[in-house]
Design a protein around this ligand. Structure first.
Ligand SMILES: [Zn+2]
Length: 277
C-alpha cells in the first residue's frame, strides 16, 4: 500500500475530477490519503469523503493558520470547542502551526501563537499526533515546542523544506519530516542534503495536493519507473501521483530502491498515525 502522507482532497479544485483521480492513483498503487485539516466546514467534507472512499481517507482535524489568520479570536475559540469534541474521530490533530508570511499573517501573529498552543494542549489531552504547518516561523515554532514540550504522540512537520540545521531541531524533538515535491526543484540542494542526512525512520512522503506541484514540465532524470506519469499528470493542480516521483528522487539520493522508500514511508506512517488499515 502506497500512502500520500498529506493532501487536501476536499479542496474545491478537486470536486468533479476526484473520481478519476482516485481511480488513476489506485492504478499506480496509491491507496491511502492522509488529509490536512483546515476548518470545521472542511472537517465535514473530510467525513463525507471518508464515507465515499472507505478505508482510503485519513481524517485529520485542526485549525489551519490560514483560518486563524482570517477569523476573530471568538470564532477561533468556538472552532476549538468543536475540535475538542470531534478530535477523537480523527487520526491526528492538524494542520496546526504558524504562518508568518506577511500576506498571510497581517495582524494575526499573537492569535496564531495562542491558537497553536491551545491545539498543542488539545493534542496532548486527546492523545493524538500532530500535523504541523510551519512557514517562516522557525524560531517561534521552536519556542512554543520548548515551552510545551514535544507532543507526547509526536507529529510530522508537513512539507519540510528547510536546512539540515533546522531539520535537526525538529528531529531532536522526536518529530517526523514530511518531504514533498520541493525535492524535485533543481535548485533545492538544501533539501537534498536533509534527505541524505536524516534518519530514514523519520521520513514521510507527501504531495500537499492540489498545492505544491512539481516544477512545470518536470521529467524524472535517468531511468525511471514512473516516466509514464509525465503524459497523464494534470497541469492545473498537483496530483497525489507525483508522490512517486518524490519517492524515486529520495531513492536516488539514499541509493536504495524506490520500493524500499515506499515501504519505509508506509511503515513510518503506520507507526506515527496508527491507521486502522
Ligand atoms: Zn496542507
Amino acid at each position: 500500500m502506497i500512502i500520500d502522507g498529506h493532501c487536501h482532497l476536499t479542496d474545491l479544485r478537486w470536486q468533479s475530477h476526484l473520481p478519476s483521480e482516485m481511480a488513476e492513483s489506485r492504478r499506480w498503487g496509491l491507496e491511502f490519503f492522509m488529509q490536512g485539516g483546515v476548518d470545521p466546514a472542511e472537517w465535514e467534507r473530510q467525513e463525507s469523503l471518508a464515507a465515499e472512499y472507505p478505508g482510503q481517507i485519513g481524517l485529520c482535524f485542526g485549525l489551519h493558520p490560514y483560518f486563524v489568520a482570517e477569523n476573530s479570536m471568538a470564532d477561533c475559540q468556538r472552532a476549538l470547542d468543536l475540535l475538542a469534541k470531534k478530535i477523537h474521530g480523527a487520526l491526528a490533530l492538524g494542520e496546526l502551526g504558524l504562518d508568518f508570511r506577511p500576506h498571510i499573517m497581517k495582524e494575526s501573529k499573537e492569535r496564531q501563537i495562542d491558537i497553536f498552543e491551545e491545539q498543542l494542549e488539545l493534542a496532548r489531552v486527546a492523545g493524538k499526533p500532530c500535523v504541523f504547518h510551519f512557514v517562516q516561523c522557525f524560531s517561534e515554532a521552536i519556542l512554543c515546542l520548548n515551552e510545551f514540550g514535544s507532543p507526547p504522540r509526536s507529529g510530522m512537520v508537513h512539507s519540510f523544506t528547510g536546512s539540515w540545521d533546522k531539520a535537526q531541531k525538529f528531529l531532536e524533538r522526536g518529530l517526523f519530516l514530511s518531504i514533498g515535491a520541493g525535492l524535485l526543484h533543481p535548485k533545492n540542494r538544501r533539501l537534498e542534503i536533509v534527505v541524505k542526512e536524516m534518519p530514514l525512520e523519520k521520513l514521510l512522503l507527501e504531495t500537499d495536493s492540489p498545492d505544491q506541484p512539481p516544477p512545470l514540465g518536470y521529467r524524472p532524470s535517468g531511468p525511471s519507473q514512473f516516466g509514464g506519469l509525465v503524459e497523464e499528470m494534470p497541469v492545473d493542480r498537483n496530483s497525489p501521483r507525483s508522490l512517486l516521483w518524490v519517492a524515486e528522487r529520495v531513492a536516488q539520493l539514499r541509493k536504495v530502491s524506490v520500493q524500499e522508500v515506499l515501504a519505509l514511508n508506509t511503515a513510518n506512517f503506520q507507526r506515527l498515525f496508527k491507521p486502522d488499515v
